[in-house]
Design a protein around this ligand. Sequence first.
Ligand code: SF4
Length: 465
Amino acid sequence: MREPAPTGNDSSGFDFEIVPETDQSFENALAKARSGERLSVDDGVELITTGTERAEIDPVRKEQVLEAADRRRAAVVGEDVTFVANLNNNVTTACNTGCLFCNFKDTAHQFEADYDGEHAGFTKTPAESRAIVEDALDMGIYEVTSVSGLHPAFALDAEHREILAAHEDPASTVDYKPPEAYETDPGTYVEQLRAMSVGGVHLHSMTPEEAQHARRGTEWSYEDVYRTLRSAGLDSAPGTAAEILVEEVREVICPGKISTDEWVAAIEGAVDAGLDVTSTMMYGHVENEAHRVHHLKVLRDLQDRTGAITEFVPLSFVHENTPLFERGVVAGGATDAEDELLVAVARLFLDNVENVQSSWVKYGNAKGLKLLNCGANDFMGTILSEEITTRAGGSYGEFRSFSEYVEMVSAIGRRPVERSTDYRTRRPIDVDAAVHGPRLGPRADGSPLLDRPGGERTGPAYADD
Ligand code: SF4
């Protein structure tokens, strides 16, 4: 029987219009999934609930869904498990947006020069960001991912700063204060990207929410903003800040964030500017299973129009230390069964997205590996720093070495493959080699990331730099 959902309409008390009810049957939906026919939202809801006529997840039906997804995965991408050598360099935790699921933010006034209290946040200057990326490049990374809080001093460039400063009462109308007001000047987005785009590294940054921040108070299009960012060195954009792309859920968990339509417009702007994009879903909070499938439909439609989504990344809500949990709005995150079904239904529903990721940061090693048998084929990246998950209470460490990847992926009978951010370059790993390290990064030579010849590193290097 289906485990009681800790979230959603029944237990949360939210009066949502979208609920997991359909006219479809589980059996019909499963038959369509097995045959490869495109699934409707109702099909997806039947599969993700293992039948809406039952209140709990049916373990036998769940295995049928997981098996169908695993077969689809094998048919679409084979037995390779990919991962990328990457670094997270998040620039600042200053943010006034107040999303209730997020602990990766510190109210921005704490960062002001005259604030005399304590806070655990940070802001990096462009020079500091460059030094961190340079160092990680020497260690062999291919990609730097950078996602930050919406610091009020952040603007696209000098022109944007002038426009923002000219607004009446810019702090309250366009969330802008000049950099002089802060202890550390984050520079502009263009300056930060230029600083991090060094030595041929792949720069993956500027979520739709950040792109909106980089155009706030102007009439600029998302495409124009992303073109400017691309000129500054941006290579691809992360489809994070998506959370659940259904308005009635966003109004509860992130009322200060852009709408679903804006999120989609931003991604299309990034694509029009010539960038690849990724896609995500953060689930397991107040939403129900029907919201999850509606979200997948938004992504599938977007991919039908653009073809530029390189992967889907499910992000199971890490509830500890978040306002949603501390205020008693949610009692916890998704169950194991919900995680498995989410990955499986994503694989089956997103028939136009090739890669589905299992995140060891969100799920831990054991479940992360299990999800590779539920439809996922990518096992994320080495992540030399992971401030976001650590600060929200995640406890799965901050770094995954190539040796660990080889060991874990081989243990489930699959082939470990180093990849580029866009998956177009793939390097199967020689599992019998004496040492395992990255080779795709501009300065990678096959040495282990944290144990370069002559190097002295023995542990995670950049946590909370
Ligand atoms: S999720 Fe992003 S926008 Fe929302 S509070 Fe956290 S850092 Fe700010």
